[in-house]
Design a protein around this ligand. Structure first.
Ligand SMILES: NC(=O)C1=CN([C@@H]2O[C@H](COP(=O)(O)OP(=O)(O)OC[C@H]3O[C@@H](n4cnc5c(N)ncnc54)[C@H](OP(=O)(O)O)[C@@H]3O)[C@@H](O)[C@H]2O)C=CC1
Ligand SMILES: O=C(O)CCC(=O)C(=O)O
Ligand SMILES: [Mg+2]
Length: 600
């Protein structure tokens, strides 16, 4: 390990991350393609931070060893020091690490998640304009997988067929649960040999049955569900789908579904409406009453919590992607689904993730893909997944400006059709570039965007979600503590129809309108559409958001006491206000936010 760099540790105080200007962030470069990818990615992270904060902030990187490099240098695949360093510094990032199939070491990736109890594997899946995709409407894919990250068959309690351990478990089942033992198809030498004879093979007089154990707990289910619901509330997501194979695995995945529903209703009843509620109402008062209840709940802004069985979900996310938003899954289902969904938006080269414990604050960000060994050291693969994992890390730290810049630089680079082999092979007119070149182009584009030399790509592509207040702490009874922190900003030229479709899809009632020539931000609300278009009988086509925008923004600061804000809203007869800090909108405060505060 390198000597500890100058800088300070990120800490968590009263459940909030405290990020110094020079945080020490441990990283593992990873095996295989990890080396090329890390070299390109770290340059992008450093450039984004430097451009966003003009030298005031800087990440002090601390390399820690894991995988092949660790084994070569220390004889240990995952040195204790690595785990301790991630423990100490709270937030880190890693490249992929190799796991052999059928034997050898257990996964180091999984070991790290378990050591730090990183119970959330958060994998956003969204489409970047211009990225090639095998589906017709990749832009409809905007989902976030919340994969439970510490339980399930991923726990790794397994016994090799023919081993004394497997024999012991089988004997135990035979003795204590004979009915269940009888379900093992080849659990006795007689059963095994009978089939061997049938296919003309010699009997062997022995059994070889591998045994795996799948633990799924109530508390483990509740904490992943809590993270998913909180995310859906914070980011105005409209539904949460529980993915499970509970029809077959009744007491593990079936229980996962039931516990998730129960918890959602118990802990977040004011925010969600569940299909379990719908079923109960249907049983008591009929289907029409259940439908009416659901309709009313969703109209009031509640998030729909539903479930889907794990096999059919793979078809539904392809054929009806707009019906899926946040997806909560047990460990293995989430693993499968994240690779499959990545394909819909351009593949695993652009699939980021974060392993997070929202209680302790520990987090290690990493790509969804593995080491892709056939491409190792060829400077060929797409570094996009690690770059976007770093973008998630910066957002988690509250360094939103740097994160935004990475997204903008990446979007511009893709829009320019300068891409790595995986996109180039599917994109007409693309110029294939190396891993390192792709990183350099993102940096060059970020520099131009920061200097205002090229339009920010989001200005061309429509709605942008501003998350300027992520990670900031405001006084308990102030607007900042209860406001909605994700602000949807659109350019005034955006079409009204497209914006209305976007707002309806996400159940949002207002959008912030980007500054006009005088630098003033504006707002357009659902009510403006009713008042200025529908009531007046105007045709929607041809109208832009700018036609309905109110400028300047009527706003409050995040420090405004909630009582004062409520008085202003009542006095002016308005339902929502922008929250502005240093001249920039950082949130929206609505009647519903204030009502939730009162209810809590
Ligand atoms: N978190 C982790 O560290 C993970 C580690 N692994 C480990 O990685 C090793 C290899 O696993 P494997 O199943 O081959 O899966 P990989 O994800 O490593 O690679 C599978 C295929 O995905 C494509 N791919 C992967 N990374 C990129 C990239 N950066 N840019 C473009 N395309 C990419 C390539 O497709 P194509 O051939 O079409 O070009 C590649 O052949 C295993 O030991 C596995 O256990 C796996 C997943 C996660
Ligand atoms: O640890 C590994 O090797 C594979 C892990 C994996 O595929 C994942 O977590 O998505
Ligand atoms: Mg995987």
């Amino acid at each position: 390990m390198n000597p500890t760099p100058k800088g300070e540790a990120i800490q968590i105080v009263n459940g909030r991350l405290q990020v110094p200007d020079h945080p020490i962030i441990p990283f593992v470069e990873g095996d295989g393609t990890g080396r090329d990818i890390w070299r390109a990615s770290v340059r992008v992270f450093d450039a984004a931070v430097a451009l966003a904060y003009g030298g005031k902030r800087k990440i002090e990187w601390l390399e820690v060893l894991a995988g092949e490099k660790a084994f070569q240098q220390t004889g240990n695949w995952l040195p204790d020091e690595t785990v301790e360093t991630f423990q100490k510094y709270l937030v880190g990032i890693k490249g992929p690490l190799t796991t052999p199939v059928g034997g050898g070491i257990r996964s180091l990736n999984v070991a790290l998640r378990k050591h730090l109890d990183l119970y959330v594997c958060q994998r956003p899946v969204r489409h970047f304009a211009g990225v090639p995709s095998p589906v017709k409407h990749p832009e409809k894919v905007d989902m976030v997988i919340f994969r439970e990250n510490t339980e399930d068959v991923y726990t790794g309690i397994e016994y090799r067929g023919g081993s004394p351990e497997a024999a012991k478990i089988i004997e135990f089942l035979q003795r204590e649960f004979p009915k269940d033992f009888a379900k093992i198809r080849f659990g006795t030498p007689e059963q095994t040999d009978e089939f061997r004879r049938l296919i003309g093979e010699e009997p062997e007089g022995k059994i070889e049955v591998g045994i795996g154990i799948k633990p799924i707990s109530r508390i483990g289910t509740e904490r992943i569900m809590a993270a998913a619901i909180q995310y859906a509330i914070n980011y105005k997501r409209k539904s949460i789908t529980i993915m499970h194979k509970g029809n077959i695995q009744k007491f593990t995945e079936g229980a996962f579904r039931d516990w998730a529903y129960e918890y959602a209703e118990r802990a977040f009843g004011d925010y969600v409406y569940t299909w379990a509620q719908w079923e109960r109402t249907k049983a008591a008062r009929g289907e029409a009453a259940a439908n009416a209840e659901q309709k009313e709940a969703l109209a009031s802004g509640k998030i729909l919590v539903k479930d889907t069985i794990a096999d059919i979900i793979f078809q539904q996310v392809l054929t009806r992607p707009d019906e899926f938003d946040v997806i909560v899954a047990p460990n293995l289902n989430g693993d499968y689904l994240s690779d499959a969904l990545a394909a819909q938006v351009g593949g695993i080269g652009i699939a980021p993730g974060g392993n997070i414990n929202y209680v302790t604050g520990h987090a290690i960000f990493e790509a969804t893909h593995g080491t892709a060994p056939k491409y190792a050291d060829l400077d060929k693969v797409n570094p996009g997944s690690v770059i976007l994992s770093g973008e998630m890390m910066l957002r988690y730290m509250g360094w939103t400006e740097a994160a935004d810049l990475i997204i903008a630089g990446l979007e511009r680079t893709i829009a320019d059709k300068t891409v790595t082999y995986d996109f180039a092979r599917l994109m007409e007119g693309a110029r294939e570039v190396k891993t390192s070149e792709f990183g350099s182009l993102i940096i060059a584009n970020m520099e131009k965007i920061a200097a205002g030399q090229v339009p920010h790509p989001e200005e061309t592509f429509g709605p942008e979600i501003l998350r300027r207040a992520d990670g900031k702490v405001y006084p308990h009874d102030s607007v900042g503590a209860v406001m909605t922190r994700a602000v949807v900003a659109v350019p005034a030229e955006a079409s009204l129809r497209e914006t209305a479709i976007y707002m309806r899809g996400r159940n949002i009632h207002s959008v912030i309108v980007k500054p006009d020539a005088s630098g003033q931000w504006g707002i357009m609300t659902m009510r403006d559409v009713l008042k200025k278009v529908v009531r007046e009988g105007r045709a929607v086509d041809g109208l832009t958001v700018g036609d309905l925008t109110t400028r300047p923004l009527l706003s409050v600061s995040p420090e405004t006491p909630i009582t004062e804000c409520a008085a202003l809203m009542v006095e002016r007869n308005i339902r929502r206000l922008a929250v502005v800090e240093n001249g920039e909108p950082i949130g929206i405060i609505s009647e519903t936010d204030i009502f939730s505060y009162v209810a809590e």
